[in-house]
Design a protein around this ligand. Structure first.
Ligand code: SAM
Ligand code: SF4
Length: 465
């Protein structure tokens, strides 16, 4: 049943005030904010606004440097890897930026059967993936919502000699509380939904038909998810629709609202930029296209503002931008992705894709590149299986859980990947990165890690704390 309370927490006047008042490039003010951010306590609206107006190259370098410090302090060199699985490109909405929009006749439409979902899952498992993000247009023709639950059960039911999917995150249109309850019971990890834009007039302009025209229903989706017990939720903005400064401040208000009502903000933030999409003229020239420089800036600011929140980057971005972003704050990336239903088993069906990818490399190539850059790919799925979600995760994260738990877990899953799937060149790069990491670890954590790695070498799989 559709039910919602009024959206009174987006305060456009407060955003305008915060963006209008701060003195630009005031070194004293900016440095005081960066000092606070280095204490890992996060930033408020006004502070985020000040950082978003920094233009001086020297001060900007200090912002990036602080973001690198915070990223390294909390996440170390770990980078979580996942793949999207598109089960349908059929959609009843008209989002002018998206190839899946209902009236786009340049796209061939496809809704995967459960057998096809199983085949796609098997292809991802054979690449070495353990985490999957289930995505679709807004429509379950003839099948209804229960198809989504069946798809989840199908994916968790696929086991291959060397592995299986251990965590399914979901990015589908807003649901009712009852549907969210069923999704939770199906064993999902994070429920993700991008608001696209928090600016109502822009929202109305770019969502011209279909249920997605209802701004309030979409922006209140996370309240319903949390009410239903899904306490890991992922927010996001589609950058390019409206001024990115407004969007990140509204995002901060969304997080504050969730914290106030449910005791915990969001688990992840995604930062998609609009990419060219078949049949979408606006995607070729977004009205507020975010430059690479502003994109780096907004990633760094979000990392400083919400230090314990995961940040996700997809294959929309190029390998170079993805590598750079790992230093500035991104903690999760996709690898070897396809954005068309059936894309992992039928490689010639790319005309049904949602948007053009900037990174076309295989998972092995991405892992190799990440490891060579000194980062540690992680396939860990331990937290939600141990019940460390929502507020529990955040409470434990603060005193150092991420280092103590995620560090060793990340290493054991990476070793599992290297043993079971990696090319010889990736094994070499991976082993070097692992060795360097073990040497950097405090003795107690190194001890846990070495014990877990030994178990993987001895043939045990899915070793986690
Ligand atoms: N259909 C659901 C919805 O719109 O929420 C869920 C999945 S939709 C396929 C996932 C996301 O893709 C959207 O929320 C939007 O931000 C993003 N997207 C759509 N068109 C895009 C484009 N041209 N470039 C980059 N991202 C795009
Ligand atoms: Fe449909 Fe989502 Fe694309 Fe909008 S963004 S057209 S709802 S798939």
């Amino acid at each position: 049943m559709k039910q919602q309370s009024p959206i009174d927490w987006i305060d456009e006047a407060a955003i305008a005030g915060a963006l209008g008042s701060p003195a630009r490039d005031d070194p004293g003010q900016v440095r005081a904010i960066l000092d606070k951010a280095r204490t890992l306590t996060g930033l408020g609206l006004a502070e985020v606004a000040v950082l978003s107006t920094v233009t001086s190259p020297d001060l900007l370098a200090e912002v990036f440097d602080a973001a690198r410090t915070v990223k390294d302090e909390i996440y170390g060199r770990r980078v979580v890897l996942f793949a999207p699985l598109y089960f349908s490109n059929i959609c009843q909405n008209e989002c002018v930026y998206c190839a899946f929009r209902k009236n786009n006749h340049e796209l061939s439409r496809r809704f995967l059967t459960l057998e096809e979902v199983a085949q796609e899952t098997a292809a991802l498992v054979e690449q070495g993936h353990k985490r999957l993000l289930l995505i679709a247009g807004e429509a379950f023709p003839g099948k209804g919502f229960s198809y989504l639950l069946d798809a989840i059960a199908t994916i968790y039911g696929v086991h291959r000699d060397r592995g299986e999917i251990r965590r399914i995150n979901v990015n589908v249109a807003p649901l009712t509380v009852e549907e969210f309850r069923a999704l939770k019971a199906a064993g999902i990890g994070t429920y993700q939904l991008f608001q696209e834009t928090y600016h109502r007039p822009t929202y109305a302009e770019v969502h011209v038909a279909g249920p997605k025209t209802d701004f309030a229903w979409r922006v209140s989706a996370m309240d319903r998810a949390m009410e239903a017990g899904i306490d890991d939720v992922g927010l996001g903005v589609l950058f390019g629709l409206y001024d990115w400064r407004f969007e990140i401040l509204a995002l901060m208000q969304h997080i504050a609202h969730l914290e106030q009502c449910f005791g915990v903000g969001c688990h992840t933030i995604s930062v998609p930029r609009i990419e060219p999409a078949v049949g979408s003229a606006m995607s070729e020239a977004p009205p507020y296209a975010v430059s690479d420089d502003d994109f780096r800036k907004l990633i760094a600011i979000l990392r400083l503002a919400v230090p314990y929140t995961g940040m996700i980057m997809s294959t929309r971005e190029t390998p170079a931008m993805r590598r750079e972003s790992l230093l500035l704050g991104i903690s999760q990336i996709s690898g070897g992705s396809r954005t068309n239903p059936g894309g992992y088993t039928e490689t010639d069906a790319e005309d049904a894709s949602q948007f053009q990818r900037g990174d076309h490399r295989s998972l092995d190539e991405v892992v190799h590149d990440v490891a060579e850059a000194g980062f540690l790919p992680s396939f860990c799925t331990a937290c939600y299986r141990r019940g460390r979600t929502g507020k529990d995760f955040m409470d434990m994260a603060k005193p150092g859980l991420i280092r103590e738990m995620c560090g060793p877990n990340g290493l054991s899953t990476f070793v599992e990947y290297l043993e079971d799937y990696a090319s010889p060149a990736t094994v070499r790069a991976g082993n070097q990165a692992i060795q360097a990491e073990l040497e950097r670890m405090p003795e107690k954590i190194r001890h846990y890690s070495e014990t877990m790695i030994r178990k993987v070498h001895e043939g045990k799989r899915d070793v986690f704390r």
